[in-house]
Design a protein around this ligand. Structure first.
Ligand code: CDP
Length: 226
């Protein structure tokens, strides 16, 4: 780290706006920890789905969020992963990406008690510094004191196209319209919830990635940092 490098970099924005890819590039470049907070909300949602509980039951989901153990570790080699996620010791890295989790993760992320439990863990991880943390509320709530805040945006059409391509590349059979509809639903819930809604921090640098390649976005941010 040079003297001027930001210690905590917060990257927020809607689904498939390019946050994770940028964060991985930055973390590799700076030799920082990359941490995607969406994983935690997905893992809690999956835990709820597995128990068969009613996910509309805020008290029950909150109790679960306070109880489950979510671990994010370096990836098992050879599987093309960027990390391994375990839920109470069981590997759920692929399961947290299913359509069921996609459909329920935003409603679950509305609950104040769930957010409180996740935010506490995220602060613990981030307070060690040298971290690139990705989510919806990192610059506004989790680390309002972050040294650099980025907020990525892109049109829903472009974001759905990216997610479609990603699923195709992974051997799936995605439906573009369904992906776009699911993203619109999540954007709507995420931006309008009472606690920690998706929005740029006042001092965030906003980057529109619609017509930019990953390299172009990365180059822009490198210039901001050094
Ligand atoms: O990967 P993708 O961008 O589609 O979503 P994600 O980052 O995995 O986040 C999934 C969901 O978790 C979001 O739609 C939010 O509802 C919730 N989330 C949140 O509320 N706060 C965060 N810091 C991160 C995710």
């Amino acid at each position: 780290m040079t003297k001027t490098d930001p210690n905590i970099i917060a990257i927020d924005g809607p689904a498939a706006s390019g946050k994770s890819t940028l964060a991985i590039h930055l973390a590799n470049w700076l030799n920082y920890l990359y941490f995607d907070t969406g994983i935690m909300y997905r893992a809690v949602t999956l835990a709820g789905l597995k128990t068969g509980m009613d996910l509309n039951d805020e008290a029950a989901v909150t109790e679960l969020a306070e109880r489950v153990r979510i671990d994010v570790k370096p990836p098992t080699p050879g599987l093309g992963r960027t990390y391994d996620v375990t839920l109470d010791g069981q590997d759920v890295t692929d399961e947290i990406r299913t359509a069921d989790v996609d459909a329920w993760v935003s409603p679950v992320s509305v609950y104040g008690g769930v957010r409180k439990a996740m935010t506490a863990q995220q602060r613990l991880i981030g307070s060690r510094g040298k971290v690139v943390m990705v989510g919806r509320d990192i610059g506004t709530v989790v680390f309002p004191e972050a040294d650099l805040k980025l907020y990525l945006v892109a049109s829903v059409e472009e974001r759905a196209r990216r997610r479609y391509q990603e699923l195709m590349d992974n051997g799936g059979h995605p439906n573009y319209e369904e992906i776009a509809a699911s993203m619109r639903r999540r954007d709507e819930i995420d931006s309008h919830r009472a606690i920690a809604p998706l929005k740029p921090a006042e001092d965030a640098r906003i980057i529109d990635t619609d017509h930019l390649s990953i390299e172009q976005v990365f180059d822009k941010v490198k210039v901001m940092i050094r």
